[in-house]
Design a binder for this molecule. Structure first.
Ligand code: GTP
Ligand code: MG
Length: 197
């Protein structure tokens, strides 16, 4: 898919203030620092569209980006180890939950996991939450450039094994790097296919 335009539309913490357009949208969620904002920039080939940082906790709002005037990418705050106050973390949790439970335009969520790490309880629980609430999701393994191919394959195999303990089949998944653009076309092709339906 060619990206002709990618525009920031609005940031907020209130799902009722998200764009009213009836366009399909794709959200990115995962632990702080996993690479959600970087992946949005890599997919759109716009280096500064979404704000990124080496420090966890950069994205703190629901951010809508309109792509090709036809669909949205949504950057969300991370969960997990963001260095924010406990009360702020609670607020995050409640508006993120509202977003997933209430946003009718959301057609698919990508749960990002760092390809270097062992399966994390918080991610598995989050997938469980999405599954229980009927929110379709795929998994994106990030930062693949940081591993050699054999370690990468080993880690992905291990992750799949873990998933099969809870899920009957392995959800749609992608292996990506925002540094090398690995997996970019796969994710964009998937979005193209979903948009057709
Ligand atoms: P929060 O907004 O804090 O939740 O983080 P995030 O998930 O949006 O992560 P972000 O995109 O800001 O990236 C975090 C750090 O990881 C930055 O220093 C990025 O440069 C780095 N990073 C992200 N993706 C990749 C990748 O594919 N490869 C490498 N090598 N570094 C990456
Ligand atoms: Mg971010």
């Amino acid at each position: 898919m060619k990206i002709h335009s990618a525009n920031f539309i609005i940031s907020n913490t209130d799902v009722s203030k998200c764009p009213k357009d009836q366009l399909p949208e794709y959200a990115f969620i995962g632990r702080s620092n996993v690479g959600k904002s970087s992946l949005i920039n890599a997919l759109t080939d716009h280096k500064k569209l979404a704000k990124t940082s080496g420090k966890p906790g950069k994205t703190q709002l629901i951010n809508h980006f309109k792509i090709n005037d036809e669909w949205f990418l949504v950057d969300l705050p991370g969960y997990g180890y963001a260095q924010v106050s406990k009360s702020k973390r609670k607020t995050f949790q409640s508006f993120i939950k509202d977003y997933f439970l209430q946003r009718e335009q959301l057609v698919c969520t990508f749960v990002l996991v760092d390809s270097r790490h062992e399966p994390q309880k918080i991610d598995l629980e989050f997938m469980q939450f999405l599954g229980e609430n009927g929110v379709p999701f795929g998994i994106i393994f990030t930062k693949a450039d940081k591993l050699g191919s054999s370690t990468l394959n080993k880690n992905i195999t291990k992750y799949k094994k873990q998933l099969l303990k809870t899920w009957e089949s392995i959800p749609t998944h992608f292996i990506t790097s925002s540094e090398t653009a690995m997996g970019r076309e796969d994710v964009l092709n998937f979005i193209t296919e979903v948009n057709k339906n």
